[in-house]
Design a protein around this ligand. Structure first.
Ligand code: GLV
Length: 308
């Protein structure tokens, strides 16, 4: 009999389960078992993975791994992040769309349309604008290339100041210089103790003020824990931000009473920027297991000290 060696666990949809069954068939364990060697999870119940004595690898069913690292009993085995063209492509769509929504003042035109008013407005062009991308790894660079193709100027900041060909690149010690040349800021950083609450008044007021927009724009498709939501609401109300696009929140679902829903210039989406196709996830895990089977190394292994 085939060993039940793969457990799919946590907040996993029917479609995700079905995709894993399709790819792995009888290898899928329905519940924690001694034979489980691989766990593919999103937000598993804390302590659950510690109950798997044969566990060898944990696969995150998403780009972020904060949902795993918050488990104090997380077993000390490699954690593999999900890095895949499907997820990257979706994030690129979201980021380009949001930058254009603000550049072209689409929300203002939506209001005009509702009121049946013909109201042309001044709009800068993409080449006059610099988009700063916080978190300039796989996802950030793919977004950067797509934004450049539309005409935006793009700069990126990553922790290690890895130079990326074709972009102005900054390291984490150069945050002030990075911000002061950014008209729009896109956050794609993972959630770690270092990024907790970093999208706050101090950061917002460091963005470029004399650019072609009335005030800068903030776009967050990283993690909600990185944003100070009170500071963002106040900046929108006071006109220190002309708009925000937020896909992630400190509390999800975003509570009905949150002032963010109705804040001026806010575009709110329910953590859907890069919802990955279940088939792509199952195929990715299969590819990694194939690599292991022929003695190759796993890809995209998380550095637990860095938190991503
Ligand atoms: C989604 O938020 C992810 O981490 O993939």
């Amino acid at each position: 009999m085939t060993k039940l060696d793969i457990l799919v666990s946590g907040q996993v949809s029917q479609a995700e389960r079905a995709a894993f069954l399709d790819v792995f068939g009888k290898r899928i364990a329905e519940e924690p078992a001694e034979s489980v060697r691989y766990a593919a999870c999103w937000g598993p119940e804390p302590g659950l993975l510690a109950k798997l004595p044969s566990l060898e690898v944990i696969f995150s069913l998403g780009a972020g791994v904060d949902h795993l690292l918050r488990d104090p009993d997380l077993p000390d085995v490699p954690i593999v992040r999900f890095v895949d063209p499907d997820l990257t492509g979706r994030m690129v769509e979201y980021v380009v769309l949001q930058c254009l929504m603000h550049l072209r003042r689409q929300r203002d035109y939506d209001d005009s349309q509702k009121a049946r008013r013909w109201e042309p407005r001044a709009m800068p062009t993409a080449s006059e604008m610099t988009v700063g991308i916080l978190g300039f790894g796989n996802l950030g660079q793919a977004c950067g290339k797509a934004l450049q193709a539309v005409g935006f100027q793009v700069r990126g900041l990553n922790r290690s100041k890895r130079h990326v060909l074709g972009f102005e690149t900054f390291g984490s010690g150069q945050m002030a210089a990075f911000l002061e040349g950014s008209d729009m800021l896109v956050n794609l950083m993972p959630y770690t103790p270092q990024t907790d609450g970093m999208l706050n008044t101090h950061l917002i007021d460091g963005l470029r003020r004399d650019g072609p927009l009335i005030a800068p724009v903030l776009i967050n498709a990283g993690r909600g824990g990185s944003q100070d939501e009170d500071d963002i609401v106040t900046a929108l109300q006071e006109g220190r931000l002309s708009g925000v696009s937020l896909d992630v929140f400190r509390t999800e679902p975003l509570p009905e009473h949150s002032p963010l829903w109705g804040a001026p210039g806010a575009i709110i989406t329910p953590h859907v920027a890069a919802v990955t196709s279940p088939k792509a996830m199952a195929r990715y895990v299969a590819t990694q297991l194939d690599r292991l089977a022929v003695g190759q190394r796993l890809e995209n292994v998380v550095d637990r000290d860095l938190g991503y």
